[in-house]
Design a protein around this ligand. Structure first.
Ligand SMILES: Cc1cc2nc3c(=O)[nH]c(=O)nc-3n(C[C@H](O)[C@H](O)[C@H](O)COP(=O)(O)O)c2cc1C
Length: 410
């Protein structure tokens, strides 16, 4: 699968980057014209604004009325129609946020590569200086003709984005290259394009798992051991990642919850629960940020009843828990793994050792004894440690730090 498809497929439904975008579609004379009806319908469902230009050859395949109905828009074709009120091809070039030519015929590609402006579509192209996407569609021999190869290369050199045609059954009853990409995938390509242009959504297409809060390990039916952790750092990272367009899975131990709009939240109790919840999403994720404070030990034989006091001491046999961040670092494929180190002594040395022994990409180290760092406060004072760098940051709000951490994995 092409990488933009994989990425965009994940760009969840609810992230509608196409709403309100002005999409100008240039339709040229190829049999793939019929696919543009479906494309229009899909784009309208996403609330995009459409305008369509058809070449004379395109009109031989699909009449303007069909596009006008599916695209709920005007179709332009005649360069000299209605020029008394405005020059339409210049207006359309100004109006468009993106100009998509689909299907792009060999003929129109050749004209564009050579600056010929002899119809509405090619004149608009010459008057247009923003982002351009071409979805070529043609017979395999036409596509591999040296002139077409050169023309497509020229347009790519001029900055056009080209949605490469697929291999498949062609209208001329042969199997080969030249089939226009399916409408559904062209929509994804446009989504990916707009999301990447929008700097506020720079994490769109990424799936990020964030763990937050402590875990708890039962001693008996009512008692447990845990770690001190408010979960604030993890919740801030999760919310900021979501705001920046990522798909976020938040695996949270028992803490006072903050609102997490648009986030898939999984509530867990024990270390094993947390490990299992992360495991469910790890293979399909891009990043794991372990901001949680899982308990290092669990009681070997917790009682399922309340242990009664009997006037003598209670000895607990504590066994070491799985080191969750190490478990996933050992198992990782392409994922980036960010761990946290909360220390009270020898912060940097301990954190560096942790980074290396666990095989992490980054470790966010804070000294719990520093003022403004650690539990229950809205600020943190940390150093970010990677293989070749130690970066000491100033005291900052946890929301601000969340964004500094997310900048690492952009
Ligand atoms: C049935 C039929 C199918 C065609 N399909 C294609 C096609 O898929 N791609 C293409 O580049 N040209 C195709 N052509 C040729 C174009 O229609 C022709 O080159 C025309 O001049 C293109 O004009 P335009 O670029 O202004 O739309 C086809 C022609 C016919 C008759």
């Amino acid at each position: 699968m092409k990488s933009w498809k994989e990425k965009s497929a994940r760009m969840s439904e609810e992230l509608n980057v196409l709403a309100g975008k002005n999409i100008l579609i240039g339709v040229t004379g190829g049999i793939a014209c019929y696919k543009i009806l479906e494309l229009c319908s899909r784009l309208k469902k996403k609330n995009a604004n459409l305008k369509i230009i058809e070449t004379a050859a395109a009109k031989e395949f699909i009449k303007p009325a069909a596009f006008e109905t599916m695209g709920k828009c005007k179709v332009y074709s005649d360069l000299f129609e209605g020029t008394n009120d405005q020059v339409h091809h210049i207006e359309l070039a100004r109006w468009a946020d993106i100009f998509l030519i689909a299907p792009a015929s060999a003929n129109t590609i050749a004209k564009m590569a050579n600056g010929i402006a002899d119809n509405f579509l090619t004149s608009t192209y010459l008057a247009y200086d923003k982002d351009l996407i071409l979805a070529p569609a043609m017979n395999t021999v036409m596509l591999h003709n040296k002139a077409t190869i050169k023309n497509l290369q020229t347009l790519a050199d001029y900055g056009a984005m080209i949605i490469q045609p697929e291999t498949g059954m062609l209208a001329c009853n042969t199997i080969g290259d030249g089939r226009m990409e399916e409408p559904e995938n062209i929509v994804m390509y446009l989504e990916e394009f707009f999301a990447s242009k929008d700097s506020n959504l720079d994490l769109a297409g990424k799936k990020i798992i964030v763990s937050a809060g402590p875990t708890i390990e039962p001693i008996d039916y009512v008692r447990y051991i845990t770690n001190r952790s408010s979960g604030k750092m993890g919740y801030n990272i999760a919310n900021e990642a979501r705001r920046r367009g990522a798909e976020v899975i938040l695996v949270s131990g028992p803490v006072n919850p903050m609102d997490t709009p648009g986030i898939t939240k999984i509530e867990v109790k024990t270390n094993e629960d947390m490990q299992n919840a992360i495991d469910e999403h790890f293979a399909s994720s891009d990043v794991l940020i372990m901001a949680a404070a899982p308990v290092d030990y669990k009681v070997a034989n917790p009682s399922d009843k309340k242990i009664k006091k009997n006037g003598s001491n209670l000895d607990l046999n504590l066994v070491e828990n799985v080191d969750i961040v190490k478990y996933f670092a050992d198992k990782k494929d392409e994922q980036t793994i960010v761990g946290f180190a909360a220390e009270t002594d020898d912060l940097i040395d301990n954190a560096k050792a942790k980074l290396e022994s666990k095989g992490l990409d980054y470790i966010i180290a804070n000294n719990l004894k520093d003022e403004g760092a650690g539990f229950d406060v809205d600020t943190n004072l940390v150093s970010i440690i990677s293989k070749d760098q130690v970066k000491n940051l100033d005291l900052m709000k946890k929301t601000e730090l969340a964004n500094v951490i997310l900048d690492l994995i952009r």
